[in-house]
Design a protein around this ligand. Sequence first.
Ligand code: PLP
Length: 457
Amino acid sequence: MDGTSKSDSWRADRDHFIHPYTDFTTFAETGSQVMSHGDAMMITDEDGRSYLDGIAGLWCVNLGHGRREIASAMGEQAARLGYFNTFGHSTNTPAALLARKLAERTPGDLNHVFFTTGGSTANDTAVRLAHYYFNRLGKPAKKKILSRHNGYHGSTYFAAALTGIHGIHYGFDRIAEDIVHHLSAADCFRRPDGMDEAQFCDFLVDEARYRIMQLGAENIAAFIAEPVMGAGGVLVAPEGYHRRMADLCRENDILYIADEVVTGFGRLGHWFASEDRFAHVPDILITAKGISSGYCPIGAAIFSDRIHEVISVPQGPGGVLTHGFTYSGHPVSCAAALKSIELYEQEDVFANVLDTGPYLQERLQGLTRHEIVGDVRGEQLMAGVELVANRASKTSFAPELAAAEIVFGRARELGVIVRPVGNTVIMSPPLIISREQVDKLVDALDQAIEDVSGQLL
Ligand code: PLP
């Protein structure tokens, strides 16, 4: 971090704010960059330095920064009704309308919405209610969850247990190891030598089938997967993988949970990627982030009719579904989400993704001219550039070299923000990006890699 600013905010932050995912050594030295305001694709810090936001805040500000319409909708709702709980039989208008809107926009019979505070709590909700569903069906042994290495599902204790990124667990305890089982990542770049993509797909599905046999389908409740892995390095599965995994799940009475926290609301050019891109309808769909374009914390676990029919039957006279968050269906968050959805519809934002997304991917392919670029991958406005110490052997840079972090730092000096994750540089810009801005993003990244390559090799 630059941390050249020494404002009151900078000091307050350094002394008291425990940041998510922070390197405390460098933090103690430099503190934080205090972001001040944003406008469309640009974000500006309190020293007046402006950057092209290549990551939409954190995969979420899909409509861009400074949208007055969303701010007004939130402000008006806060003034009208800032909060009242939605437990039992009380509701509020934005929550009710948003639930209906989501039911309309999600595929198939995903018609029943449980609101949460974000993606982690939505994933926790999905698993807790999946267990409850099988308990109610008289199948209490169905508890295990299949997840995947490199999958990211959040930071609450159970969402972290679902997460398959090794580094995230370092120094922490792992819970539910008897419940959560990780399958191989659908990582085409690091697939076994000699396999083409179709064979790799067979390999992954066979592995899942074998694991189901080993564990016993009667013990497995659900499979959870991101349509395209995000924080795990932007990994696009081989063609047909999700559809085949969905079939396998159905054959074995295993619920398919699609974690669309990143891919939902247009990042791949559709409302949701599961059906429109990957040709299957999950049993539970998870969304957050883009639902409110990042303007307010909100997530949702959306359930099929089939599941709802079971979990909505009371366990006995007066029995209630004992699950919920104070802020489930928060009126201000729901108002932000409703307005965001209205803007997605009115401004034909996803058509822009289908134009600029392929252009971004095509332009990024040019980065393979650098020796340290091992793989360029992604889909639409989700992209990853994996850096390697040796391209022929695909040898990774040692983590302590922080290669992607160095590229991120240089790119920022050049005026664009990307995101370093492991050895991969990730991009997920707001969906309103223009072709000229794609050029600016890729040119700066190209220059940054050029500038630091000597230092890294
Ligand atoms: N699932 C996926 C795919 C994510 O990318 C994230 C966050 O990045 C989460 C879940 C967790 O969401 P949250 O940070 O809102 O709890």
